[in-house]
Design a protein around this ligand. Structure first.
Ligand SMILES: [Zn+2]
Ligand SMILES: [Zn+2]
Ligand SMILES: [Zn+2]
Length: 286
């Protein structure tokens, strides 16, 4: 258990599962059965050798996610948070570092320039910076940042409704494996890289699987909430070998997405086609 590894700490869209205000069948059982509940999408990078772990995104569920990481890696302490973008499910958990909760001492928060501007210019985040609860550390697009001699992380820009900040995915590199994490993207074809080649060149990927086929929300309109549908992604990945398909894990699942429920027909379909669905608690040695 001393090896550097990633741990999946949340697989749901920003809202988590169940979804606030949802009275429909998709969430019905999850309100009563905590074993069905899921946290907002989050990946941890744990390095027991140095007693460190890092989170990708500060979700509204961060306290439970920190607890899960620390329970799994008791020697590890949180050494920083990398933020993908300024949509609430990805940064609102920073609230926990403030005076009323942890009163953290300059917790490193790694951000791209647009995200940095957003946090520096808006309350309460601006005050968190001024009071020294968080310390913003610059990320540069496509530039690798070494966490230590065993792990490195690289942000890369992806197209997404960038109202308040740019959006990035991350590549996490260990000594033996590289992992790609893209929880939010508008469309694979709008990206300046080829997603199929990206799958071929990675060991494991966690990719935007927000909606299954669009029929799940009555007013789904890809222009308003654009995400690559899982059915469309699976078609796109059709030319990949069985071994390559098994690297793809769908994540950031909306409450309406049947993949968030293990017993759905759609879950069976995705697995039978050779793809995977991200699972909380799963670790991969990198
Ligand atoms: Zn999101
Ligand atoms: Zn629901
Ligand atoms: Zn988003």
């Amino acid at each position: 258990m001393h090896k550097t590894q990633i741990i999946i700490l949340g697989i749901a869209q920003d809202a988590g599962y169940p979804h606030a205000g949802c009275r429909k069948d998709c969430c019905r059982n999850a309100w009563h059965d905590s074993s069905l509940q899921k946290f907002a999408a989050c990946v941890g990078i744990a390095d027991p050798e140095s007693g460190s772990y890092w989170l990708i995104d500060a979700t509204p569920d961060i306290k439970f996610q920190m607890h899960s990481a620390e329970e799994r890696f008791p020697v590890c302490r949180l050494k920083g948070v990398f933020i993908t973008h300024a949509h609430t499910g990805h940064y609102a958990g920073l609230i926990n570092f403030g005076k009323e909760i942890m009163a953290a001492d300059r917790m490193p928060v790694f951000v791209m320039p647009g995200m940095k501007k957003f946090l520096n210019e808006n309350y309460p985040w601006k005050q968190f910076v001024e009071m020294g609860y968080i310390e913003l550390t610059d990320l540069v697009n496509d530039a690798e940042l070494k966490l230590n001699e065993r792990a490195a992380i690289t942000p890369f820009k992806v197209p997404h409704r960038d109202e308040h900040s740019e959006t990035v995915g991350f590549e996490i590199k260990g000594k033996n494996k590289n992992i790609i994490y893209i929880p939010d993207i508008d469309e694979w074809d709008k990206w300046d890289r080829d997603i199929v080649d990206t799958v071929r060149n990675a060991d494991e990927l966690y990719l935007d699987g927000t909606f299954y086929n669009g029929s799940e929300i009555r007013n789904y309109h890809s222009k308003k909430i654009p995400h690559p549908l899982v059915t469309v992604s699976m078609e796109k990945f059709n030319s990949l070998s069985r071994e390559e398909k098994a690297r793809v894990n769908f994540i950031h699942l909306n409450h309406t997405n049947p993949l968030i429920r293990k017993d759905s027909m759609e879950t069976e379909e995705v697995l039978s086609r050779g793809f995977r669905i991200a699972e909380e608690g799963r670790t991969t040695v990198i």
